[in-house]
Design a protein around this ligand. Sequence first.
Ligand SMILES: Cc1cc2nc3c(=O)[nH]c(=O)nc-3n(C[C@H](O)[C@H](O)[C@H](O)COP(=O)(O)OP(=O)(O)OC[C@H]3O[C@@H](n4cnc5c(N)ncnc54)[C@H](O)[C@@H]3O)c2cc1C
Length: 457
Amino acid sequence: VTTSLAEDLTRLVGDPAQVNDGESARRLHGDPYVGIERASLPDAVVYPTTTAEVSAIVAYAAQRSIAVTAYGAGTSAEGMTIPREGGITLNLTRLETIEVRPESLQATVGAGVTRSALNRAAGEHGLQFPVDPGADATLGGMTATNASGTTAVRYGAMRQNVLELEVVLADGTTVRTGSRTVKTSAGYNLTHLFVGSEGTLGVICSVTVRLYGIPEHVIAARAAFATLEAASACATALIAAGVSVQRVELLDAGTLAAMNAYKGLDVPLVPHLFLELAGTRESAEAELGEAREIAEASGVRGWETATAHAERRRLWEARHEVLFAMEHAHPGATCKGTDTCVPLGELPGAIAHSRRVMEEAGFPAYIIGHVGDGNYHAMFMVDPADGAQMARQKAAEAEIVHDCLARHGTSTGETGVGISKMGHVAAEHADLLPLMRAVKTMLDPSGILNPGKIFEP
Ligand SMILES: Cc1cc2nc3c(=O)[nH]c(=O)nc-3n(C[C@H](O)[C@H](O)[C@H](O)COP(=O)(O)OP(=O)(O)OC[C@H]3O[C@@H](n4cnc5c(N)ncnc54)[C@H](O)[C@@H]3O)c2cc1C
């Protein structure tokens, strides 16, 4: 008797409600991504609730060479969750256990726990998990993409914050990597190999992360500059002086216009740095004073601070929604962005170069960035139906990446590779691709885990 994939999966997890091969669930987990022609759908979506279930599903898929794509909140930006070979999409959002160990400043969470859910649990102990990609992603997805965001300048990316992982390997075996210590020298660092592996080397079932105290006092400031280069040079000077900023974000005048219109704000339309300083009242105010002095030496034209929670929240909420503000300003257009990251000293030059490329491209584009890390996005608003425009955007993007690599930078500082940045990684790491492929083959000999991502097989 032959059984369907959905029937087999139901047998493995026990509950038919955990399996869905209906059209809408499959579409939800495999929607096409702009500029990627080979979009495809999974044959079935399964929602495991335990590591044992994940292990049984992956072992089953390995025996039959069925592709398995891990899926968290689906907020990743590079087409990473598109199941290029169909097969099984493992929706991990029901792995939702949370154990906070406040005395060790740690939490161990199921891969499906969201950043906001972890912060609610940690907040009960006066603690926070600060890695903040803007979207309410899952800890499994954030680990798999080495996510970061506005606070990485102070707390680092996921790689700096993950201590231990529970991972199901491509044959269904479960392993633990790392330990619940803030340092270890016990052999190869496989934790860091799985962080950022985009579901291609194993399925992460649980993650132990560091937690931090919630700062007593937080101050937001916005600093206006005549040029983007002056603003980015100020960010570099702040970091070089050791000012302990919690966030330092660059926004160009166009972004502010879109943001003002979308959120009803009235930020002056010149390049800005949005800053956040945090600590005790005394330390935050001292850092603020130092930041202001450096901004003045960098030619700041305007300076506003906000300590009230509502006011700060409004500013950062606006920052986090700039993507939606840009799309709102250009109905029908889609945003295609770069994610380059350069050594800090190269930042003003790289930004000046990107700005020139964007002006020459001849369609709307914006620059925003987590400039304290040297990471910024050139965001092009393109009409996905206009082939010529898509080709021009691609050429402009390649030019920006080329310049960034010449400055010893990286083609993706935070969002990862997926499908859309594979060409950039091939350019950046041509000498390493054979080694990356060898690692993939060793850990996933049949190539079932999220095939066709990071590099072509
Ligand atoms: C408005 C907006 C702003 C954003 N800003 C940022 C930003 O500032 N910085 C940043 O880094 N990112 C940003 N992102 C991208 C996104 O939020 C991150 O990539 C996030 O880490 C993805 O998490 P997710 O749970 O949505 O994962 P998904 O999108 O579901 O999956 C992402 C990848 O991880 C794999 N994966 C998921 N879960 C697991 C698991 N348990 N085990 C193994 N592999 C797994 C998937 O197969 C896929 O390859 C932004 C996205 C949006 C929509």
